[in-house]
Write a protein that binds this ligand. Structure first.
Ligand SMILES: Cc1cc2nc3c(=O)[nH]c(=O)nc-3n(C[C@H](O)[C@H](O)[C@H](O)COP(=O)(O)OP(=O)(O)OC[C@H]3O[C@@H](n4cnc5c(N)ncnc54)[C@H](O)[C@@H]3O)c2cc1C
Length: 492
């Protein structure tokens, strides 16, 4: 049986998912097809920043920075549990007054490009004080501190998926495309579930290619007769380090090659160092962190740090690939991070919308722009409104009361629930009065109640979905607990 939809979206990263969420809110019939897990592509491999992109000012990308800063303000309100303001320290390592002046000027512009900025404005900071003395090298005495925001990238994707589903969107993960053809009635897609062998067929007049770095590959495979996108793929790698930072601030380090890298808080007891930027032509299914990238990141951070970071500090590494618009001029780190939406119409009256480039930070705006563009060729669709929405876990919550109500659960676990899920965690906590009610204890603060929620409500089908994209408990789960959890997931 063929199910009729308004839009078929390919790709369950942040951009595809935000388009699905916004379209479903408008009352459109949406199906989203993802080949693996939600957020299994670039959207779980980012630096986790919701930011204007201070460094893009160097390339004069003022309008992108302004747009992203505007989005930052909105996203903090839409998902206050998941998107948090953070202070970033830029230590001065060069004694050049001109360099300091340029940084302070950049920060002044950054603060003033955001019309509704509610975050603390940038200022100078002394770093030869007790709290940083054993962290920075002796020659680092001063710096600047500015505000941005950070998130948990893959959880942000899940929140959009939940919003889309609450508005009747169909979201299918681990799907193989058996056939994608164009007919007089629209795009007809037949997909098969990789686990259950179950097949479904959908038809819609509009097809959205939101496959991120796979965008050109998808075009070649299924849409070869249409004009192809000019993209450059740039790989970025991160190191998760088992190191405590002095406080809850992040650090921006200037590198000798003119790039910048970030050292940010991550899960409790860990920090995140990244990223590299390497032109990439390899397989998108198998992106590895190269030893040279590890060497580069450690050396760049160690210019500043008193106790050098070493490979022994590395707990985990990950790489992602940015799909960037190829302007044919700039090198990898100078290419624009802005997005482009390409709308193509076929002779049969069907349309393809291709999403090119973009940032985690601008996904909400990208989704609205996509729908505004589509509405021009579908005037009967409801009008797209740029209105304030709350992501599902972002409902107001009295945290003190919450901690009291569930005081039988270890406080670190409750803090993780709040940080990752916001009010979504009430789904499995309501009615629980003791640890025994939480079911099997899988270790690392993971109880059966949360696992059951993730399996039934958040599209978890494999252990990696659960341990690396819904949570990051993969960092601290031991082998015995891992086996027990695998067994449990297998038999559900
Ligand atoms: C190293 C790095 C650091 C970054 N840091 C930041 C940051 O701090 N802040 C920020 O704002 N941005 C950041 N970004 C950018 C941001 O992560 C990306 O712009 C964003 O995640 C792209 O999302 P997407 O949905 O377009 O692509 P993806 O997340 O890659 O999603 C595309 C999806 O399409 C699926 N797909 C592909 N082909 C098919 C098919 N044939 N059938 C079905 N599904 C298919 C894939 O499996 C994938 O899940 C960073 C990027 C990188 C690489």
């Amino acid at each position: 049986m063929v199910e009729k939809k308004d839009i078929i979206i390919i790709g369950g990263g942040i951009n595809g998912m935000a388009i699905a969420g916004q379209a479903a809110r408008l009352g459109l019939k949406v199906v989203l097809i993802e080949q693996n897990d939600l957020a299994s592509g670039t959207s779980s491999k980012s630096t986790q920043l919701i930011h204007g992109g201070l460094r893009y000012l160097q390339q004069y990308y003022f309008s992108l920075v302004k747009k992203a800063l505007h989005e930052r303000s909105l996203l903090i309100k839409m998902a206050p549990h998941l998107i948090k303001p953070m202070h970033f320290i830029i230590p001065y390592y060069k004694e050049s007054h001109l360099r300091r002046f340029i940084i302070r000027l950049g920060l002044f512009i950054y603060d003033h490009l955001s019309a509704h900025n509610v975050l603390t404005k940038a200022k100078g900071i002394r770093l030869n004080i007790a709290s940083y003395q054993s962290f920075f090298k002796e020659n680092i005495k001063q710096g600047a501190v500015y505000s941005d925001a950070w998130t948990h990238d893959s959880r942000l994707v899940m929140e959009w998926a939940l919003l889309a589903q609450q508005n009747q969107a169909t979201i299918l993960t681990y799907q193989d495309i058996i056939e994608l053809i164009e007919t007089e009635n629209g795009w007809k897609i037949e997909v098969q579930d990789k686990f259950k062998q179950q097949r479904n067929t959908y038809e819609a007049k509009i097809l959205v290619n939101a496959t991120g770095p796979w965008v050109a590959h998808f075009q070649k495979q299924y849409l070869a007769e249409y004009p192809q996108a000019k993209m450059r793929l740039v790989k970025g790698s991160h190191l998760v380090l088992k190191r405590e930072l002095p406080d809850d601030k992040a650090y921006l380090f200037e590198c000798v090659d003119g790039r910048v890298i970030f050292l940010t808080p991550y899960e409790p007891g860990y920090c995140l160092l990244g990223t590299t930027e390497v032109e990439y032509q390899g397989s998108l299914e198998d992106t590895n962190v190269e030893p040279a990238e590890i060497g580069y990141l450690l050396a760049a951070a160690n210019v500043y740090l008193q106790t050098p970071l070493t490979v022994q500090d590395i707990a985990y590494t990950f790489s992602g690939v940015r799909p960037l618009l190829d302007d044919g001029m700039h090198n990898a780190h100078q290419l624009s991070r802005d997005y482009q939406l390409q709308l193509q119409q076929s002779e049969k009256g069907n349309s393809i919308l291709t999403v090119l480039g973009g940032k985690l930070t601008t996904h909400r705006r990208l989704a609205l722009d996509a729908l505004i563009l589509l509405q021009k060729i579908r005037p009967s669709w409801p009008t797209v409104k740029d209105e304030m929405i709350s992501l599902p876990g972002g409902e107001p919550l009295d945290e003190e009361q919450f901690k009291q109500d569930y005081s039988f659960i270890p406080s670190a676990v409750l803090s993780r629930y709040l940080r990752c899920y916001g009010t979504l965690c009430l789904f499995w906590l309501r009615g629980k009065n003791s640890l025994a009610d939480m079911g099997i204890d899988f270790g690392a603060g993971l109880y059966q109640a949360e696992v059951d929620y993730l399996l039934t409500q958040e599209w978890v089908k494999s252990i990696d979905d659960l341990l690396w994209r819904r949570t990051r408990l993969g960092l601290c789960m031991d082998e015995i607990n891992l086996e027990q959890l695998k067994e449990y997931i297998c038999h559900r």
